[in-house]
Design a protein around this ligand. Sequence first.
Ligand SMILES: Cc1cc2nc3c(=O)[nH]c(=O)nc-3n(C[C@H](O)[C@H](O)[C@H](O)COP(=O)(O)O)c2cc1C
Length: 375
Amino acid sequence: MSTLATTVDGLKFTNPFVIGSGPPGTNVKVIKRAFKEGWGGVIAKTVSLDCSKVVNVGPRYAKLMANDGKEVIGWENIELISDRKFEIWLDEFKEAKDACPEGILIASVMEEYNKDAWCQIIERCQDAGVDAFELNFSCPHGLPERKMGAAMGQDPGILEKVCGWVMGVSKIPVWAKMTPNVTHIEEPTAAALRAGCHGVSAINTIRSVMGVNLETLRPEPTVEGYTTPGGYSSKAVKPIALRMVMEIAQLIKKDFPGRTLSGLGGVETGADAAQFILLGSDTVQVCTGVMKFGYGLAKDLCEGLLEFMESKGFETIDDFKGLSLPYFTTHAELVRMQLARKAEDAAAKERASMVKNDAEWDGDDFVKQSNELSR
Ligand SMILES: Cc1cc2nc3c(=O)[nH]c(=O)nc-3n(C[C@H](O)[C@H](O)[C@H](O)COP(=O)(O)O)c2cc1C
């Protein structure tokens, strides 16, 4: 009998499905709802110490629809981190843990490049009883002028220093959330893991421009006639997320064995989640999928993943974590392997035809046939 229960960094998850930081974890009411609907964990919307510096605009979403005009396949947002008061968040973390002690509650935090601010936010959330941290180094549009989010995550030197500050005060597991808006995601990942983070999450949204309105000739989402590049998520980003998860998992396997990976980007089904786990994820997060399908998606995800595990005879998540990782190589190696296989096929065909010739030889024309063979 297969089980979805899994322990990651000492955290006991009833299943590997975790709500990714964003609107689905934006207050205690929805966090409690998520646990009741069966999510193994919830990462709350990213918080900072001073919400007065966080000013959102509207509209802040734009969607890419499939040709049927009904299904959302890509989602751009220019939403910032939470604009709710930090003190209220601390009360809500306590309330969520009191109401749902089994649910794994992870605080997502972001601060400026300031040691005191990072230490303070970690200590106060920790005292409120959260189970773990996710450090948001990855929001592509949010507050680059304050060197926050991706602006920090794109600089491995700064990232390593900040992770070091956090590890100096955190008594609970810490995951660093990586931005995909870099050439080599292994570099900031290695920096976070060198600083001692227990694991990483990947990916946050991809910097994007959703499109231009051909009536108004203005880019979207349009705010006062203008826009700013935002973060792209949902189904369309899954192939990019899988590639980055694979690269991180290979780095972990080679240089940081035992560290963990929380994979996300476009997950909507148990089959999607199975692929993230096969490429090395310990847990799988969903953000936009919850906005599209609701909190009840947890049930479908669990059923779909269990069905896959039972069809393959896997009893636990660890039985198949990273199993597909060894099947990546270079293009040059693919060429070499394919030429070698074709040569092997030709040789086997030649051997088979010689055996056939021997078996069919009736002794006539002996001289003619032996002359042909020796030619
Ligand atoms: C509207 C919206 C708001 C988001 N806000 C946050 C945030 O506050 N902190 C964060 O770390 N990620 C945030 N994200 C990124 C998601 O957590 C996730 O990394 C990304 O959307 C890819 O996963 P998905 O395709 O399952 O949404 C947000 C995403 C969306 C769509």
